[in-house]
Design a protein around this ligand. Structure first.
Ligand SMILES: Cc1cc2nc3c(=O)[nH]c(=O)nc-3n(C[C@H](O)[C@H](O)[C@H](O)COP(=O)(O)OP(=O)(O)OC[C@H]3O[C@@H](n4cnc5c(N)ncnc54)[C@H](O)[C@@H]3O)c2cc1C
Length: 327
């Protein structure tokens, strides 16, 4: 019975991704339940330099798989070797394209049990248990490794499942993975990368989201929502109806086929609250809904339901916030 919990930590320009900090906290939590330690598997530009600092986020040890700006999948061979040696109960990978690639490579190379994407995980009596939402969030499934399954289990973890540790201290013990032998995972290199021109707001990291639906009526209808989001330091999101209409990019869609978000405040304007939207935002701490239909389903789960025209209420709210800020 092994008890360490490993996690992938992606780096860019010397800093860990938000997912790395979330998974470090998650691995530390699970390791404390299983009596082991959290072990980071760090890769990406600046990983070697930033690895020790993951100690303040929950890692006891970090294995640097490599610290070049390379496609994540090219780290799969090093990850496989490190996981084979790490003696862990579980390996947590973020449910991102890179995390999915690495998780799939581990599962395939080492024939390990796979879970996820999960929205909760724990270790109970030494056994890993994961929780996954299925059937549009109506059914929550708990899964654990089958008897006799090899360790570790590979667990894809949704964004915002764990909260990064703030104000932690200490540094992790850092080791470097040996250079991988010939890898079946390709030798691609990145020729060039630069910041995207249009700033893409990472909805999964936003603490305030102002989301619009079909009720905003068009592309320009998002203007007042953007103003409100700017005053609150938040991001703009959307329902699928608004994204399907081409009023806003699909990457800002929230819900079953969009992003899963967990802000402290979610303001839904002109969104009816269909189950497929709800599964993407139901973990928000506070929900304010603005809808002119008093019977809209979103009223059933909003903390504050404002019945009225969003084109009157949203600008008035923005104005009031500006007035109070100026006071
Ligand atoms: C397989 C599948 C996957 C899906 N995935 C997603 C997903 O990821 N995300 C998602 O959002 N949906 C998803 N959907 C679609 C979902 O079922 C709903 O159709 C969609 O969420 C509706 O979007 P809406 O609330 O913006 O539009 P509507 O349901 O049309 O609601 C618009 C609301 O705006 C209100 N309104 C109109 N004008 C105003 C105004 N001036 N002021 C205030 N309120 C106003 C109306 O009263 C109404 O309640 C999916 C559906 C399927 C079948």
């Amino acid at each position: 019975m092994t008890s360490n919990v490993a996690f992938f930590a992606e780096f860019a320009a010397g800093s860990p991704a938000r997912s790395a900090l979330e998974l470090a906290a998650g691995a530390a939590e699970l390791a404390s339940q299983s009596g082991g330690s959290a072990i980071g598997l760090a890769y990406g530009a600046g990983a070697a330099e930033g690895a020790a600092a993951l100690g303040a986020s929950g890692a006891a040890r970090v294995i640097v798989l490599g610290d070049e700006n390379r496609p994540a999948i090219t780290y799969a061979a090093a990850a496989t070797a490190a996981v084979r040696d790490a003696v862990a109960l579980a390996v947590l990978a973020p449910a991102t394209p890179n995390g999915r690639d690495l998780a799939a490579a581990l599962v395939g190379s080492l024939n390990l049990p796979a879970f996820g994407p999960v929205r909760a995980a724990r270790v109970s009596a030494g056994i890993l248990e994961t929780e996954q939402a299925t059937l549009q969030g109506r059914v929550i499934t708990t899964a654990r490794p089958a008897d006799g399954a090899p360790e570790p289990s590979v667990v894809l973890v949704l964004a915002n499942t764990f909260t990064p540790i703030e104000g932690g201290s200490g540094s992790a013990e850092v080791t470097h993975a040996p250079a991988a032998e010939d890898s079946p995972f390709g030798l691609a290199t990145i020729a060039e990368s630069h910041e995207a021109e249009a700033k893409v707001v990472n909805l999964e990291e936003a603490t305030v989201i102002v989301a619009g639906g079909r009720g905003v009526g068009g592309e320009e209808g998002f203007g007042p929502l953007r103003d409100l989001a700017a005053e609150l330091g938040g991001a703009v999101g959307a329902s699928r109806a608004a994204a399907d209409a081409g009023w806003i990019p699909y990457q800002l869609q929230i819900g079953q086929t969009g992003k899963v978000v967990k802000p402290s405040l979610y303001i839904a304007a002109g969104i009816s609250g269909a189950i497929q939207h709800r599964v993407g935002m139901q973990s928000a701490e506070h929900v304010i809904a603005i809808n002119r239909d008093a019977d809209a389903p979103i009223g059933e789960f909003a903390d504050l339901f404002v019945v009225g025209d969003l084109f009157q209420i949203v600008p008035a709210l923005t104005e009031e916030i500006r007035r109070r800020k100026g006071a």
